[in-house]
Design a protein around this ligand. Structure first.
Ligand code: FES
Length: 111
């Protein structure tokens, strides 16, 4: 068994839930990994915490993530669909994820 692969759950914009395996031994963001798996995330700013199209709601495991930085808070504050556990997935590193975490995609898919 490969210890660096963990399973997390992702719900797409249509409400389809899927368990996916993500590698945690790489320094990519959750946004980059999800985009690589063909999830519909525009990520127009390229991961700079400026566009919020990578907005996700953390349905499970929010407390185990590191705190958002000031730039992320500032961008989250502007979102109409803000939830109690909203994050920008470009600011979440996959090497900090834990098995069983769950994310719902909320970012705009057209701008
Ligand atoms: S990709 Fe633009 S804010 Fe995350």
């Amino acid at each position: 068994m490969d210890d660096s692969l963990i399973k997390i759950n992702v719900e797409d914009h249509e409400g389809n839930q899927q368990e996916i395996e993500v590698p945690t031994d790489i320094s990519l963001s959750l946004m980059e990994v999800l985009k690589g798996m063909d999830y519909h995330i525009l990520a127009t700013c390229g991961g700079m915490a400026l566009c919020a199209t990578c907005h996700v709601e953390v349905k499970n495991g929010y407390q185990s993530l590191t705190e958002p930085n000031d730039d992320e808070w500032a961008m989250l504050d502007t979102l109409p669909k803000l939830t109690q556990t909203s994050r920008l997935s470009c600011q979440i590193k996959v090497n900090g994820l834990k098995p069983g975490m769950s994310f719902k995609l909320l970012g705009e898919t057209q701008i």
